[in-house]
Structure formats: structure tokens, C-alpha cells
Design a protein around this ligand. Structure first.
Ligand SMILES: *[C@@H]1O[C@H](CO)[C@@H](O)[C@H](O)[C@H]1NC(C)=O
Ligand SMILES: *[C@@H]1O[C@H](CO)[C@@H](O)[C@H](O)[C@H]1NC(C)=O
Ligand SMILES: *[C@@H]1O[C@H](CO)[C@@H](O)[C@H](O)[C@H]1NC(C)=O
Ligand SMILES: *[C@@H]1O[C@H](CO)[C@@H](O)[C@H](O)[C@H]1NC(C)=O
Ligand SMILES: *[C@@H]1O[C@H](CO)[C@@H](O)[C@H](O)[C@H]1NC(C)=O
Ligand SMILES: *[C@@H]1O[C@H](CO)[C@@H](O)[C@H](O)[C@H]1NC(C)=O
Ligand SMILES: *[C@@H]1O[C@H](CO)[C@@H](O)[C@H](O)[C@H]1NC(C)=O
Ligand SMILES: *[C@@H]1O[C@H](CO)[C@@H](O)[C@H](O)[C@H]1NC(C)=O
Length: 738
């Protein structure tokens, strides 16, 4: 079967595969793939690969040693991946130089209008060095022929680029897509997979064009969402690291891609992928990769995950990476249905099909079971595949009692389908046939019509785009905080558009994943934190194009402190849904002040979290120990947001130390503006910061007291010089951990 990735399946995967992802691959006996993580690249003149081989030789039978090694990571950090038995893995865990040993598991992949929606117009000011910025996309590959990746007008490839292009008979790079490589340690390809960096799914082309695609006018999905699609940095270059295949994305390959991307010289890494459960920082390939990218000055932008709205469902939350939630933009897709009695009802879906308002016979699935398979009305009312009687359904519009992908009606030969569904519907999907989802109130009326009318008829209209006046709000599927591992670091960091985004698609994939869908399109509309992540990646690349020397933390701070404020009215989870707010890329290039942090700051944080000094020495490649001065508290990590957790029902008080760096006006005076609801006390000392030069740093202390009861309470601190408003959210909450 060809590998196709419809929005429906991506999301179903994200939303419904919790806890299922135990996997092991490539192991013929009882060996499984393990990652042995060893920290920073060792200093000295010797072969790291032979070190890995000799470590393996110590634990595996001599005949197997060379067969079991899958990757030797040595360009940006130290470690290897190998097929090991549990006992062998245990032996390696105890060896000198080893930080962690963990099973390689499978992770899941988690726009025309979106940029204008956030005030980031085509005419926005551009940096002359935007074309030197290289965005590294770790994803399903790319469709290089897409108009979004046209390299007309591009100058030579930036001199700093050290990567490669894995060319094949029909895959080449150009001056826009400057590098491309694929990773598949187990060599286990499905028939639909291209054994090249070519994208067979659509997802990777979509994310790459959102972050850094060129301008393409009159793009649409069958006329829907028509407009100019573009990335945040249309002049920037793209480096493709294909780590995801039709069956998912494996940790071993993710780490190999990080190892290369950092050494290749990318400026930012985008990764719309995550596990389904939180792991400790150094047992998670993405957190490890992001740590070494940070150490090398490269920010990693991550999707928060699609397991919302449950608390602590966020899966990418390391303090050194950017965790991006997904929110709506100001448009929504509605799909009207019309009945034979003239009544019109408005449902939701992305319906690209035009029945030209022709009326068709209308039937309730519940009266059309395929009895030869033993199905009854109780089965067929849901219209699941195989349950419908083709003789009765063929050529008709069928009414169904639940929510599904439309394959049942299409298999029964239906012309269209109308579903009624009571679930959450703040995002929509496309289907392989004309289909609209009605709410239960309208569904009841329509059911009554089809159930009591002689010769009922109906039709489904092509979708209309309407404005969504409540936007932006964080969509239900977006994973929420609090941070499951470090309660007192607020996550997600911010939100960006991730609902119904139009962007480039693979011509080897279809519009939906349905086997009945063979429509090929250059642009498709899908939803996910997978889509919001590259918006933030692109915004970060935009900031970096003006400030090429800024650290990952500085760029992240700029994005967070300039974010549009979001309202807890539309999101009861408040900052656990949207973090600092909605990205505002145009403003992020001039944040005024930044909360900077470097490797040493994260190490202090890790010391304070009780990470063993021996491990930290390996990770940093630095001999120093956790001492009094390097033993930092979580509250003193120079983060652009503030979180404090308390035992439910207790009141709490914390002191936070912060330092800001002036990047705004050389001579400036910032006043602390505190916003605090009753129950939250915020004191800032000093409350005025005066700067005399650019790059000057000033420190201050924030004392927060709160009675949190059983929930959360939030306020903010804004440093304001009249020109810049540098805003940080402050969240106190009742936590079940710590
Ligand atoms: C790229 O864009 C140029 C200018 O619009 C156009 O002439 C050319 O045909 C495009 N190339 C491809 C491969 O589509
Ligand atoms: C590219 O070449 C491979 C191998 O020859 C082939 O399987 C694949 O279908 C080709 N893809 C495209 C898009 O032409
Ligand atoms: C399908 O419906 C037709 C018409 O009611 C009926 O004659 C036939 O037995 C049904 N077939 C099955 C398999 O249910
Ligand atoms: C009922 O299901 C059987 C088994 O799949 C199929 O062969 C048959 O065509 C179906 N009949 C109708 C009337 O849909
Ligand atoms: C009306 O709905 C009931 C309950 O599902 C069903 O038994 C009946 O056959 C339906 N009648 C028609 C005409 O669809
Ligand atoms: C090692 O750590 C110490 C103490 O944290 C720091 O002062 C020093 O700069 C670090 N050295 C290197 C090479 O990173
Ligand atoms: C760190 O601690 C170890 C063990 O206590 C000691 O051998 C080493 O010299 C210390 N390193 C530094 C830089 O203080
Ligand atoms: C670091 O600080 C914590 C809390 O104050 C303390 O429990 C721990 O022993 C300290 N560790 C070191 C290495 O000083």
C-alpha cells in the first residue's frame, strides 16, 4: 500500500496511540536496538568509532560485535546505537563514560493565511543575510519539485554549509534545498517508502514550506484557502534530514540526524515529532539532540504533542528547546448540507468536492446493514467500513451516527455522507467523498427528516471559509503543561498556528489517507502541533537573520517575551495551553531585553536537579564538578517565564533570580509592570532597570507568593521602557509531582 498521510490519520495517530508505542526493530533474536549515550565528543586524537567497537566487544560475543553496531555518533556528540540483549545493555550502562542506555523507540509525527493573521506581512522588513540562514528539518523528507522550493534567484550555497545531498536518479538538491539525507538504521523499508530523502507522506514538505518555503501565489486546496503560501524566511535555505517513514520515526535515526545537522552548520532545527510519554532528559533522543544543538548555538524547535487537552500531556519540554503549542487562525471551514425540505444546516469539514447543489436520495445507515456479514442496524448506523448494504446505499447520501473517516460510505458506493457527532470539533479534516459533520442538535433534526420523510433527499455543499472570531485559541488536541519532569519550568513555551494550515504536499501522497482517495495535490490543508512547530521555527530563523550571534536562549526569549497575549477565557488551562502567548515574529526581532542562558546555566540547573556530576562532566566535556557555585536551583535558571508548584491547598513563596541583557536602545530605563490577580503576590527588586549601553546586563529578584488552592493562578511581569514591553508569564499551581 502506498504511504499516504491524511490529516485524519496523522491526528488519529497523535490523539489515540497513547501508550501503544513499545517497539523494537531490526532484532532477529532477543536483541533490541539500544542507544548508548556518552555525552560530549571526547577530546584527543583517536577514533571514536573504534572506541565504540571496543566497548561493544567487551559485552557481546566476538562474532557479533561488528554486526550489532548501527550508528556511531561522533560529529556533534558521543554515543552509539547497537542491537543488544538486555544483559548486554545492562553491562554497558555500568561502564565508564556512559551517561544513559535506553531502548530506541518509535516516535510519531505529531498556509496561506497564517502569517498575515499574526501581522507578519509579505512586506515585513527583511535582513540581507536571510539567505545565509539554514533551516534543518528533521521530518519525512521533502518533495523537491514543489514550487515552494524553487531556487530561481538564489545565490550560491552559504560557505558555512558542510552537509551533503544524497542524490539519486530522481532526487537532487538545488540552491533552496541545499542538503538532504535519509536515516533508517534497520534498513526495513515499506513498499511506499522512497529510499531517498524524497517525501512519500507530505508531512515533511508541509513543515519545510511553512518554515522556509518561497512565495507561491494562488495556492489552494481545490480553491479552498486560496492565497499566497510562504514560509517565514522565504530566502533561507533548507537542509532535509529524513528520519520518519511510513511506520514512524526511530530514536536511533533521530540522534543520527541531530549528530549530522549540528555538524553540517544548520542555524536552527525543526522537529515535529515526539513520543507518547515523557522521558527523563537524557533518556530521550530529542532532548539529548536539542541539548547538543544548544551547546553548539543552534536552537531546536519542537512540537508540544497532539495528546491534549489533558494536563501534563506535553512530550517535548526540555528547558533548552522551544516547545510549541498549536492554535487556530481567524478562518474556519464550514460545510453546509441541504435537505429536500429546503432546510440548510451548517456542519464542519474540509469538503473539496462540488456536487453542484444537486439533490440525491438520502438514507440512514441504520436501515442499510449488510446482513450477509451478520451486521445489524446497530452496526450500520455508524457507517463503518463493510457494514453498509451497497444495494441500498449506492448513489445516495448516507446519514451516519458517529464520526469517522468516510471510508464506510465510500465503500458502500455512497455519493456523500452526513455525520452527527457530539465530540470536540475545533479542527476539521478532509475526506475522500463529500462529507459534513453536524452537531447533535442539527443531527437530531436531520435524522428526524431522513427517518420520517418519504423519499428524502439531501446534498452536501463545497466548504466555505468563514472567519473565526474567537481566534486565536489553543486547539483541543494541542498537548498541555504542566511540565511532567520539571514542575517549575513552564511549558509549553508559546503557541503558533497549527489548525487547517495550507502548505506544500508530496505528489506521492494523496489528499487523505483513505485507500479510496487518489487525488494528487501540490498543496494540502492539515492540522497538528506538527504545523505550529515550523511556524515557530521560521519565526526563530527570522530573528536569527537579524541577530546571527544570539544564543538559542536569546532567540527563544525574544519569541516568548514579545508574544501576543492570549486570554484564559478561551483556554481554561491558561499558560499550560499557550505558554507566553502567540508568536509575533515581526516584533520578536526587536525584543528590547533578552533573558539569555548558555550551557553553563543549564548545567547549574541540572546539578540542582540532582543529576550526577560524573554524567554532567561527560555531557559537557568539562571537568568541573557540581560545586556550591554551580549548584543552581530551577527557580534561578534564567528562563523567560516563571513557574512555581505547590502542594494542593498550601500557599507558597519563591524567590527567582533573573538577569536581562539590553538589546534595545543603548540608553534606556525599564520599569517593572506587574499584573497579579487576587491571591498572587509578585514583588520585583529593583523595580527600575537603567541601561547605559547595548549588551549591558542587569539582575533583579522576583518574589512570588501564592495561595493556589487546587488549581492555577497566573500573572505577569513586563519590563517596559515605553518602546518595548518585555513580558513574562508567572504561574503558580497545585502540582501532584514534587
Ligand atoms: C521556478 O520559478 C521560475 C520563475 O517564476 C519559473 O520560471 C520556473 O519555471 C520555476 N521552476 C520550476 C522547476 O518550477
Ligand atoms: C524515483 O525513483 C525510484 C527508484 O527508481 C522510484 O521508485 C520512484 O517511484 C521515483 N519517484 C518519483 C517521484 O519519480
Ligand atoms: C441489501 O438490501 C437489499 C434490498 O433491501 C436486500 O434485498 C438484500 O438482501 C440486502 N443484502 C444484504 C447482504 O444485506
Ligand atoms: C455484503 O458484504 C459482502 C462481504 O464483504 C460483500 O461481498 C457483498 O457485496 C455485500 N453486499 C452488499 C449488498 O453490500
Ligand atoms: C427510523 O429510525 C428507527 C430507529 O433507528 C428505525 O428503526 C427505523 O427503521 C427508521 N425509519 C426509517 C424510515 O428510516
Ligand atoms: C567548565 O566549567 C567551569 C565551571 O562551571 C567554567 O567556568 C568553565 O568555563 C568551563 N570550561 C569549559 C571549557 O567549558
Ligand atoms: C571533581 O571531583 C572529582 C571527584 O571528587 C575530583 O577527582 C576532581 O578533581 C574534581 N574536579 C574538579 C575540576 O574539581
Ligand atoms: C545542591 O543544592 C541542593 C539543595 O540546596 C542540595 O541538596 C545538594 O546537596 C547540593 N548539591 C551540591 C553538589 O552541592
Amino acid at each position: 500500500m502506498a504511504v499516504q498521510t491524511s490529516p485524519l490519520t496523522w491526528l488519529m495517530l497523535f490523539c489515540f496511540t497513547l501508550g501503544l508505542l513499545v517497539c523494537c526493530h531490526g532484532a532477529s533474536d532477543d536483541r533490541q536496538v539500544y542507544i548508548v549515550y556518552m555525552g560530549d565528543i571526547p577530546k584527543g586524537d583517536f577514533s571514536v568509532a573504534s572506541l565504540h567497537t571496543s566497548m561493544l566487544q567487551d559485552v557481546v560475543p566476538s562474532t557479533a560485535a561488528s554486526d550489532v553496531l548501527l550508528y556511531s555518533y561522533h560529529r556533534s556528540f558521543n554515543g552509539f546505537a547497537a542491537k543488544l540483549t538486555k544483559e548486554e545493555a545492562e553491562k554497558l550502562r555500568g561502564k565508564e563514560g556512559v551517561v544513559s542506555v535506553f531502548l530506541s523507540q518509535k516516535k510519531e509525527l505529531h498556509t496561506s493565511r497564517s502569517w498575515d493573521f499574526m501581522g507578519f506581512s509579505k512586506k515585513v522588513k527583511r535582513s540581507v543575510i536571510e539567505s545565509d540562514i539554514i533551516v534543518g528539518m528533521l521530518d519525512t523528507g521533502i518533495w523537491p519539485e514543489s514550487e515552494s522550493f524553487n531556487d530561481t534567484g538564489f545565490g550560491p550555497i552559504p560557505a558555512k554549509w558542510k552537509g551533503t545531498c544524497e542524490k539519486s536518479s530522481n532526487f537532487t538538491c538545488n540552491k533552496k534545498v541545499i542538503g538532504a539525507k535519509y536515516y533508517r538504521a534497520n534498513g526495513d523499508f515499506s513498499p511506499g517508502d522512497f529510499i531517498s530523502p524524497r517525501d512519500s507522506e507530505g508531512h515533511g514538505s508541509h513543515t519545510a514550506s511553512t518554515a522556509a518555503g518561497g512565495l507561491v501565489s494562488k495556492a489552494s486546496l481545490y480553491g479552498l484557502a486560496k492565497g499566497t503560501v510562504r514560509g517565514a524566511v522565504p530566502s533561507a535555505r533548507i537542509a532535509v534530514y529524513k528520519i520518519c517513514w511510513s511506520d514512524g520515526c526511530y530514536d536511533v535515526d533521530i540522534l543520527a540526524a541531530f549528530d549530522d545537522a549540528i555538524a553540517d552548520g544548520v542555524d536552527i532545527i525543526s522537529l515535529s515529532v515526539g513520543s507518547s510519554f515523557p522521558a527523563d532528559y537524557f533518556d530521550d533522543s530529542i532532548a539529548i539532540g536539542a541539548f547538543h544543538s544548544m551547546k553548539n548555538g543552534v536552537l531546536t524547535s519542537n512540537s508540544a504533542g497532539n495528546s491534549g487537552p489533558y494536563p501534563a500531556s506535553i512530550v517535548n519540554f526540555s528547558p533548552w528547546s522551544l516547545s510549541v503549542a498549536a492554535s487556530t487562525i481567524d478562518r474556519k471551514f464550514v460545510t453546509k448540507v441541504k435537505l429536500g425540505n429546503g432546510e440548510i444546516y451548517e456542519g464542519t469539514s474540509i469538503n473539496t468536492f462540488d456536487l453542484k447543489e444537486k439533490m440525491y436520495p438520502f438514507i440512514f445507515g441504520g436501515v442499510a446493514p449488510n446482513t450477509s456479514r451478520g451486521f445489524t442496524s446497530e452496526d450500520s448506523r455508524y457507517c463503518l467500513p463493510g457494514t453498509l448494504n451497497e444495494t441500498l446505499v449506492k448513489g445516495k447520501i448516507v446519514f451516519c451516527d458517529y464520526y469517522s473517516d468516510g471510508d464506510g460510505p465510500i465503500e458502500g458506493g455512497a455519493v456523500g455522507a452526513i455525520y452527527q457527532y457530539g465530540g470536540n470539533k475545533d479542527y476539521v479534516f478532509s475526506y475522500p467523498l463529500p462529507l459534513s459533520n453536524l452537531n447533535l442538535d442539527d443531527g437530531r433534526v436531520v435524522f428526524n427528516y431522513v427517518n420520517t420523510t418519504e423519499n428524502p433527499t439531501a446534498t452536501v455543499f463545497k466548504s466555505d471559509v468563514e472567519s473565526n472570531e474567537f481566534a486565536p485559541y489553543v486547539v483541543s488536541f494541542s498537548s498541555r503543561g504542566p511540565n511532567p519532569i520539571t514542575a517549575d519550568i513552564l511549558k509549553p513555551d508559546l503557541t503558533a498556528p497549527g489548525v487547517d494550515i495550507l502548505a506544500a504536499w508530496s505528489e506521492a501522497a494523496h489528499v487523505t489517507e483513505s485507500e479510496y482517495d487518489n487525488r494528487i495535490v501540490p498543496y494540502n490543508i492539515i492540522s497538528g502541533t506538527s504545523m505550529s512547530c515550523p511556524h515557530a521555527t521560521g519565526a526563530a530563523a527570522y530573528v536569527k537573520s537579524f541577530h546571527p550571534t544570539w544564543s538559542p536562549a536569546a532567540i527563544k526569549s525574544a519569541l516568548m517575551t514579545t508574544a501576543f497575549q492570549m486570554s484564559a477565557e478561551n483556554n481554561i488551562e491558561g499558560e499550560f495551553a499557550f505558554g507566553a502567548g502567540h508568536i509575533n515574529p515581526a516584533l520578536a526581532a526587536q525584543p528590547g531585553l533578552i533573558y539569555d542562558a548558555g550551557e553553563i546555566d543549564y548545567i547549574k540547573f541540572l546539578c540542582g536537579q540532582g543529576y550526577s556530576p560524573t554524567y554532567l562532566q561527560l555531557i559537557t566535556g568539562n571537568n568541573s564538578n557540581c560545586s556550591e557555585e554551580t549548584n543552581g536551583t530551577v527557580w534561578d535558571l534564567n528562563y523567560p517565564s516563571f513557574a512555581l508548584s505547590a502542594t494542593p491547598g498550601k500557599s507558597i513563596s519563591r524567590v527567582f533570580h533573573r538577569t536581562v541583557t539590553n538589546v534595545g536602545s543603548a540608553v534606556s530605563t525599564y520599569k517593572a509592570v506587574v499584573q497579579a490577580p487576587p491571591g498572587l503576590i509578585i514583588q520585583v527588586q529593583p523595580s527600575v532597570l537603567s541601561f547605559k549601553s547595548l549588551g549591558q546586563k542587569q539582575s533583579f529578584v522576583v518574589t512570588v507568593g501564592a495561595g493556589v488552592g487546587n488549581s492555577m493562578i497566573s500573572g505577569s511581569l513586563t519590563w517596559d521602557d515605553g518602546l518595548h514591553q518585555v513580558r513574562s508569564p508567572i504561574v503558580a499551581y497545585a502540582s501532584l509531582i514534587e
